[in-house]
Design a protein around this ligand. Structure first.
Ligand SMILES: [Zn+2]
Length: 288
């Protein structure tokens, strides 16, 4: 696992799993340690704890924050327990429901044998301020990648503001993993634009800039336009429609954003899943 100090007292831990990268973050404030996300197993979360020790910070109280309920961000929580684990109320609910998923993982992979799901101990609905004196973190509920997605805004005197985005932003495009309509995700991205931050610390695409936010927004706007087209044509939502839409949309998006490189098979699969998810969310909303 790669560990590096991104800025004084702000560390990034990077776990490379096959083609897929996962980040956790550690912040050392004058009054405590803050861990943002804990990876998918206690073994990996132990590496976060090792860093805290190496930096001589183990006498400080640690607070954990989960950006959302997904296993790759929250199944290492038990390593820090008992401690305050902050998360959205829905993050807690979804993590409790994931016991079944854990049992499935454990059947297939011994690495998950030691996982004990420990959901947030302190929850919020809209926002929560964690004031550590020199570091002030504002947690905001921003429905997007998942319904419980939380954005963390760090303000530190004399430093550039940082946004910890969890899976809200992803390169080349975000993943739709909830039953929410795309309009929710777009609302979140517009609000993020208004925050005017320059640096975005993502959970799967490392340290990024506003450029990724703009590009992710363009992708979802493009997807929303195609959804609208499908709706207007009134032909219903079929898989064939999805195939057609995927190709057309991708070429339009690539042309508009000057993307020259060939997308990987995994990235194309994310796009296909996104289109299907958006179609099913629109269908569910129409039935209501
Ligand atoms: Zn996720």
């Amino acid at each position: 696992m790669k560990k590096y100090e991104f800025r004084k007292n702000i560390w990034i831990l990077e776990d490379q799993v096959e083609y897929f990268l996962v980040n956790s973050f550690v912040l050392f404030s004058k009054t405590g340690n803050i861990v943002i996300d804990t990876f998918d197993t206690p073994e990996k979360a132990e590496q976060i704890r090792a860093l805290i020790k190496e930096e001589g910070r183990d006498s400080f109280e640690t607070t954990v924050i989960n950006t959302h309920y997904h296993y790759d961000h929250a199944w290492g929580n038990s390593v820090f327990f008992p401690c305050t684990i902050l998360g959205h109320a829905m993050t807690k609910q979804k993590m409790i429901e994931d016991e079944m998923l854990l049992a499935e993982f454990q059947k297939k992979d011994p690495a998950y044998q030691t996982v004990q799901i420990v959901p947030p101990t302190v929850t919020f609905e809209e926002s929560y301020v964690l004031d550590k004196g020199d570091m002030v973190l504002t947690l905001r509920h921003m429905p997007s990648h998942t319904e419980d997605s939380t954005l963390i805004w760090l303000k530190e005197a004399g430093q550039e503001d940082l946004l910890f985005t969890g899976d809200i932003l992803e390169d080349p495009f975000p993943m739709l993993e909830s039953d929410l309509e795309i309009s929710w995700f777009l609302k979140t991205l517009r609000e993020m634009m208004d925050m005017k931050a320059k640096v975005y610390l993502t959970s799967h695409s490392g340290v990024t800039s506003r450029e990724l936010l703009i590009r992710n927004k363009a992708y979802l706007e493009c997807l929303a336009r195609y959804m609208e087209k499908v709706r207007k044509e009134g032909k219903g939502i079929s898989c064939q429609k999805a195939e057609e839409m995927m190709e057309m949309m991708l070429s339009e998006y690539e042309a508009a954003n000057g993307i020259k490189r060939e997308l990987t098979r995994e990235e194309k699969n994310v796009h296909i899943k996104n289109v299907k998810k958006a179609l099913s969310a629109a269908e569910k909303a129409a039935q209501k």
